[in-house]
Ligand binder design. Sequence first.
Ligand code: SF4
Length: 358
Amino acid sequence: MASRRDSPVCAVRRRWGRVSERGSLPVMEVLLAQPRGYCAGVDRAIDVVDLAIDLYGAPVYVRHEIVHNRFVVESLRERGAIFVEEISEIPEGATVVFSAHGVSPAVRDDARARSLRTIDATCPLVTKVHLEALRFAKQDRWILLVGHAGHAEVEGTMGEAPDRMILVQSVEEAERVTVPDPERVGYLTQTTLSVDETMEILAVLRRRFPKIKGPPREDICYATQNRQNAVKEMAGACDLVLVVGSPSSSNSNRLAEVARSFGVEAYRIESATELDPAWIGGKRRVGVTSGASTPERLVQELLVRLQELGAASVRPVEVTKEDLVFHMPSSLARDLLESGRQEELLSRYGRMVRPSLT
Ligand code: SF4
């Protein structure tokens, strides 16, 4: 067993210094996690709705919140997006964007039946999980999906093989779950889970189903892992961690849980207005991060508020750099080419559009 000195918390404290050692300092310091905020899938999904409105005109319908952030949804609504939960709410022939969380085949069928123009903003990393589900189903495997009930991504993935997929939400459920043929089992995971908690669940499943197959590469996405690693890097050296993100944002909630697992007080807040000044009282070092669907503007507003409450400096804690960019959905790229407005729109969205057009 690792000694206390070797624990991750101790390693972090050696790098950043104990909070208590800073007790003589008169001011509060902020550690700012990097990476934080938008991932490549969220960036693309928001640009897709924006570009669709530019290209086809308002309204453009979006099934489910395009990403789980109230401020993003409100700003797109102001531009002409209409958010719906069911395809039946959309007039025939209208344009619909599927959100970054993905949809089930049944939703695609409904859209076809209403002759909708569909633009698929599903994150390619979610699409990868859908394809793995289909592959396991073709192999006649029972699929154990580790994830949270009711999350849009889970609903979409389960729709790929509804008759042979079973949701596992916890270690306890992993201990209890049964399948008709324990020799033919596969597992998949939601992309935005806690890495550590998921490893515990998978360890139980591997013990109970020794022949279980997993995906070639883990499904918890790079952005989720990087943001959790940045919190792990700083949490042990903080006496408070603030995560900016909406209540519906799975990865934001996981970031707060990761911080708490270090024994640190942590809150997920939607914006600076939710910051309770009482949390700051007596704190010497506050960690700040944000979920993958949180606009950076909200983080900057929180930093301003923390400065008003006594923060004297902001120090970045960078664990890695991210430079991944996903291509534009092909239907949108094609229509852009045919629109005659490609120069104007490429200059606005070129970072994402150009790779699909070459
Ligand atoms: S969190 Fe990961 S899976 Fe989800 S949209 Fe971002 S990159 Fe894609």
